[in-house]
Design a protein around this ligand. Structure first.
Ligand SMILES: [Zn+2]
Ligand SMILES: [Zn+2]
Length: 387
């Protein structure tokens, strides 16, 4: 029977001692195994994971390692469980926790900063100076589940209470996994200045963050919002999420198209979500003088950037990591008010046991997959992709 000193549980939600968990072996190898159900410490809860979405960053971690860092190194063969975009039900409270109750549905953001470094004190906990220092004798209290600590491709996980976002009953499990994705877009727009009503925004790259970036920018009142990308099916979803214009960069020069669509002028903000090799050089030519560019994608290679153009035109470049400054709470507020329908980017659901199939769908974009979700229980047959 699961029990630990000072930890509150409820007979209504019994917790087993062990759980199913996927662990990373060599690069690209996931194995289903059993692990003890973890125990929450002070200011932490135990979450029963009800749904977890697969992110491009998970695919990167599983195949190559970074940005995950386990015990100061690559995450391979360390009994590490990846997965970070999950939601679930609070089933146990660590000592002293009264901010959440057992049975409450929540979704999570990823980064629990140490709470004591300079950046954490500024609300920039995704840039915590103690990132990854959560092992051995150097436990700084930092967690980034699925990056530096065990993540969500399992049945239960411990979360710091400051990573929890309460969700309404009307929000489905699948939609709740998308709060963190919308939160990343929200964080980008927050760093660019936050108040974008009436200002022009380009989003480059219609991946999950880009598509929800369109939705968040529109909900914040931006006008016009222009989405650029290479796949028409995704650009169509961008339109449904509020894009005023879409540009297929296979057919048209992206910079020229943006200027034409914005009355011959550059736009105020670009949210760069493509990671394409020339994305920065295009973004700095899409913005007007004094405009701001937020970089939200991890590119694969180093690329030369036209610094002189940036300096001459007083252009601001921001790199963002994750979803700081409580952006997920603002994203959830939009979603619970139904200001946009994030579920338009959810395409498939599989059982937790079928994680390798789910990953294959996400990686190879089988059947136009965008966001693929896995669930440990209650996967309705009609939501599972037919093979
Ligand atoms: Zn992610
Ligand atoms: Zn910190």
């Amino acid at each position: 029977m699961y029990s630990a000193r000072g930890v509150k549980t409820s007979p209504d939600l019994p917790i087993p001692e062990t759980m199913k968990a996927w662990v990373l072996g060599n690069a690209g190898e996931l194995r289903l195994t059993k692990k003890p159900v973890p125990v929450p410490k002070r200011a932490e809860v135990l979450v029963r994971i009800d749904a977890v979405a697969i992110c491009a960053t998970d695919l990167e971690i599983i195949d190559h390692g970074p940005p995950a860092s386990i015990r100061g190194g690559l995450p391979f063969n360390k009994n590490f469980t990846p997965g970070h975009e999950y939601m679930g039900t609070v089933v146990a409270l660590g000592p002293g926790v009264d901010e959440y109750r057992i049975g409450q549905r929540i979704t999570v953001e990823i980064h629990a900063g140490c709470g004591q470094c300079k950046r954490c004190r500024e609300g920039m906990y995704t840039s915590c100076h103690n990132y990854g220092l959560n092992y051995g004798d150097v436990d700084k209290g930092h967690r980034a589940n699925g990056f530096t600590t065990d993540g969500g491709f399992c049945e239960y996980q411990v979360n710091a209470i400051n990573t929890l976002v309460a969700i309404p009953d009307a929000m489905s499990d699948e939609e709740a996994t998308l709060v963190v994705t919308a939160g990343t877009a929200m964080y980008g727009l927050t760093e660019l200045g936050g108040l974008v009503a009436g200002e022009s925004v380009v989003v480059t790259g219609p991946g999950p963050i880009g598509l929800l970036g369109v939705a968040v920018a529109k909900a914040l009142g931006a006008q016009p919002v222009i989405l650029t990308g290479t796949r028409d099916n995704r650009l169509k979803i961008g339109r449904e999420l509020g894009a005023d214009h879409v540009v297929n960069v296979r057919n048209e020069n992206a910079v020229e198209a943006v200027r034409r669509l914005n009355g011959g002028k550059g736009v105020d903000y670009v949210l760069e979500c493509s990671g394409a090799p020339n994305a920065v050089n295009e973004a700095i030519r899409m913005v007007n003088r004094g405009g701001k560019v937020c970089l939200a994608a991890f590119p694969h290679q180093e690329t030369p950037v036209d610094v002189a153009h940036i300096v001459r035109n007083n252009i601001y470049l921001y790199g963002i990591r994750g979803e700081g400054k409580s952006a997920t709470h603002r994203a959830e507020a939009f979603m619970s008010q139904k200001r946009f329908d994030a579920t338009k980017i959810h395409t498939h659901t599989f059982a937790l046991d079928d994680l390798p199939t789910a990953i294959r769908y996400a990686k190879e974009r089988i059947d136009d997959a965008i966001k693929v979700v896995v669930k440990a229980r209650g996967v309705a047959a009609h939501r599972v992709a037919a093979e």
